[in-house]
Write a protein of this length. Structure first.
Length: 296
C-alpha cells in the first residue's frame, strides 16, 4: 500500500541552477533557499563545491552557505573530491552529498575520472566527511539509461549503491539523469537493490521529466516502498554534462500528486509555487511545473 508520509528532497538551487548559464545573484539564491525551507521542505540542497571552472554558476558556494544561518544541517552541499570537502568544511557545511555514475562514459564527462576512480574518490570523501562528523548522502547518476551507452543494467547500479552505503552514505539517490526510465523499470531497479542488500528505506529516487514519465515513476517508487523523492522548485535543472538532460521533476507537481494521494509532506504548495516563480522569472524562463503554470 501507499505510505502516509514521504519526504521531498529539494534540489532546485543545486541541480536546478548548475545548468543555467545566466549567473543568478548570490542574494537571490539565499532568498530562494530560505523560502523553500520556510515552505516546510526539511532538506534543501544548497549548492556544490565543485570546480568553478566546470560549474561557474555555483562558484559562490561559500557565500551562499554564509547567508543561511547557523544551522546548516537542512542544507546539504554536493562535493566531488577532497578539495571540495575542504571548501565545504571551511564554509561550515554539516551535510554533504557525494556523486558517482553508474556508467563509464558519464563518469568521465561529469568528473573527468573513470567510474572506478570516481567511486574511490566518493568513498574517500565519505570517510573524511564522516570523520568530521558530517552526514553523507550518495547520488548515483544514469541509473536507467545513458545517452552514450544506452540501457543501464540494474545490477551495475545496485553494486554502486551498495558501495556507497558501505562507505557510510545514509541514503542513495538513484538518478534518472536523462529521464528515460519508465514505471516497470523503477520497480525492477528497487527490487534489484533489495536483492543487493540495499534496503528500500535507504533508497531515494531522483527523476527528470524529459520524457514525461517522472510522476508515473514516483508512483511506481511509492508502490515499491520508496519514501524519499528528489524534486526541483519550478522544475528547473538539467545537467550541463549530460547532453539531453532537461529539468528535474517539479516540486510543485510532486506535491500536488502526493496531496491527492493523501500523503503528508508538511510542505506548503503555495509557498513553493511563489519561490519557484521568482526564480524562473529571474532566469527569464517559463516555469517547467505544470501545477505552477495551472495555478498561475
Ligand atoms: P579536473 O579538471 O579533472 O580537476 O576536474 P583537477 O583535479 O585536475 O583540478 C583542476 C583545477 O580545479 C585545479 O585548479 C584544482 O585545484 C581545481 P588549478 O590548479 O587549475 O587552479 N579544483 C577545484 N576547485 C574548487 N573546488 C573543487 C575543486 N577540485 C579541483 N572541488 C573535477 C575534476 C571533479 C574537479 C570536475 O570534474 C568537477 O568539478 N566536476 C563536477 C561537475 C558537476 O558538478 N556536475 C554536476 C553534478 S552531478 C549531477 O548533476 C547528477 C545528479 O544531480 C543526479 C542526477 O541527476 O543524475 C547528482
Ligand atoms: Mg538531476
Amino acid at each position: 500500500g501507499l505510505p502516509t508520509s514521504v519526504s521531498v528532497y529539494e534540489v532546485g538551487a543545486r541541480d536546478g541552477l548548475q545548468a543555467e548559464i545566466g549567473i543568478v545573484a548570490t542574494e537571490e539564491k539565499i532568498r530562494f533557499l530560505l523560502a523553500l525551507r520556510d515552505a516546510g521542505l526539511r532538506t534543501v540542497e544548497a549548492t556544490s563545491f565543485v570546480s568553478p571552472r566546470w560549474v561557474p554558476q555555483l562558484a559562490d558556494a561559500a557565500e551562499v552557505l554564509a547567508g543561511l544561518g547557523d544551522d546548516l544541517a537542512p542544507y546539504p552541499v554536493l562535493v566531488p573530491n577532497q578539495r571540495g570537502l575542504e571548501r565545504a568544511l571551511e564554509a561550515g557545511a554539516t551535510a554533504v552529498a557525494v556523486f558517482v555514475s553508474a556508467t563509464e562514459t558519464f563518469a568521465q564527462r561529469n568528473l573527468n575520472m573513470t567510474r572506478g576512480q570516481a567511486l574511490e574518490a566518493a568513498q574517500s570523501v565519505a570517510a573524511s566527511a564522516l570523520d568530521a562528523g558530517l552526514t553523507v548522502r550518495g547520488y548515483v547518476s544514469m541509473c536507467f539509461g545513458d545517452p552514450w551507452e544506452g540501457r543501464v543494467a540494474p545490477q551495475a547500479v545496485a553494486e554502486v549503491s551498495r558501495s556507497l552505503i558501505d562507505a557510510g552514505a545514509y541514503e542513495v539517490s538513484l538518478g534518472d539523469t536523462i529521464g528515460v526510465g519508465t514505471a516497470g523499470h523503477v520497480r525492477h531497479l528497487v527490487d534489484v537493490h533489495r536483492a543487493h542488500d540495499v534496503p528500500v528505506d535507504s533508497v531515494a529516487l531522483h527523476f527528470h521529466d524529459t520524457y514525461g514519465q517522472a510522476l508515473a515513476n514516483v508512483h511506481a517508487g511509492l508502490q515499491a516502498g520508496v519514501r524519499c523523492f528528489d524534486a526541483s522548485a519550478g522544475g528547473i535543472g538539467g545537467c550541463p554534462f549530460a547532453g539531453t538532460a532537461t529539468g528535474n521533476l517539479a516540486t510543485e507537481d510532486l506535491l500536488w500528486m502526493l496531496t491527492g494521494l493523501g500523503i503528508e509532506t508538511g510542505v506548503d504548495l503555495a509557498q513553493v509555487v511563489a519561490a519557484g516563480a521568482r526564480m524562473t522569472s529571474l532566469l527569464g524562463k517559463p516555469t517547467q511545473s505544470r501545477v505552477a503554470a495551472a495555478l498561475g
